[in-house]
Design a protein around this ligand. Structure first.
Ligand code: ADP
Ligand code: MG
Length: 282
């Protein structure tokens, strides 16, 4: 059964609603001695909400705090303050919720080589989460891994090989399959296509779209390029110096950026659509 906000898809999975309120995180940088170090506000009072089964884009130049937001949501680091709500439950306050939601939120990084253990075969990398969380009887794990790999565009032969034997795009398919293996409701995509050639980028984004449609996933799609999220997201937030400076419909923001920083971000990337370029220079 599908909840009022939830999207129910082909295998009964359901996307989850994600909301963050007033998230803050600072890092102490500089010299070892406290007196000479400096506190950098990486994320400074960030709030947004993503409806179940939808995608929000988060864009901003390098160092604006995007990955710090991603790492807090996926619980790799703890916020200094603020709330992270999944389906309305604050996972920072509610320890039981935190445990049950740990599997619900998965992350895909820009560089899959750092997240895929090079000594493991692809089949084992994808199967790990299924085994750890005992998502099915042991004799069914293989079948699930093969089906998921195929779904992500990897053939069955791939499962017996090691990550370094694959191209960047194929490695990202492996990382996506591994993230989806534990049946998440929310996937944080931290610059998933930034390191890939443009033609491969389009293929990976198409795959992510297909998987979202099939499983009703909720995505936070991080990019430094507004053009990438424009095609993919109904809603986008622009980050600068740890804060969201502008948010809304990506086409609107692209064609009529309000904040000077967003304007520079739009102008920094060439626009392939000649009609839009005319409008932009007009
Ligand atoms: P983005 O992903 O947008 O490039 P990050 O979230 O990685 O930005 O970084 C935001 C700011 O926080 C940067 O100034 C970065 O140097 C700093 N930062 C991030 N992680 C750490 C850390 N573990 N220690 C110290 N500073 C950090
Ligand atoms: Mg980053």
């Amino acid at each position: 059964m599908s909840g009022p906000d939830g999207m129910m898809q082909e295998d009964g999975r359901q996307g989850r609603a994600l909301e963050v309120r007033n998230l803050c995180k600072s890092f102490r940088v500089g010299s070892e001695t406290f007196a000479r170090s400096e506190l950098v506000k990486a994320v400074d009072d960030v709030s947004f909400a993503i409806a179940a089964g939808t995608t929000m884009g988060l864009v901003g130049e390098s160092g604006s705090g995007k990955s710090t937001v991603a790492r807090m949501i996926t619980r790799l680091i703890t916020p200094d303050s603020g709330e992270i709500l999944i389906d309305g439950v604050d996972v920072l306050q509610n320890r039981q919720a935190a445990r049950s939601f740990a599997r619900t939120v998965q992350i895909v990084f820009q560089d899959p080589t750092s997240s895929l253990n090079p000594r493991w075969k692809v089949g084992n990398l994808i199967a790990e989460g299924i085994r750890v969380h005992r998502l099915c009887p042991g004799n069914e794990v293989n079948g699930r891994v093969i089906a998921l790999a195929r779904r992500c565009g990897l053939d069955a032969d791939s499962l017996d090989r090691y990550p370094h034997e694959f191209s960047g795009g194929q490695r990202q398919r492996i990382a996506i399959a591994r993230a989806l293996a534990v049946e998440p409701g929310i996937v944080v995509l931290d610059e998933p296509v930034s390191a890939l050639d443009v033609s491969v980028q389009a293929q990976i984004l198409a795959l992510l779209q297909e998987l979202q449609d099939a499983f009703g996933l909720t995505y936070l799609l991080i990019a430094h390029d507004l053009a990438v999220v424009e095609r993919f997201c109904a809603h986008v937030a622009v980050m600068r110096h740890g804060q969201i400076v502008e948010a809304g419909d990506p086409h609107q923001i692209h064609s009529d950026p309000q904040h000077p920083y967003t304007r520079s971000l739009v102008e920094a990337h060439p626009v392939p659509d000649p009609r839009r370029r005319q409008r932009q220079t007009a």
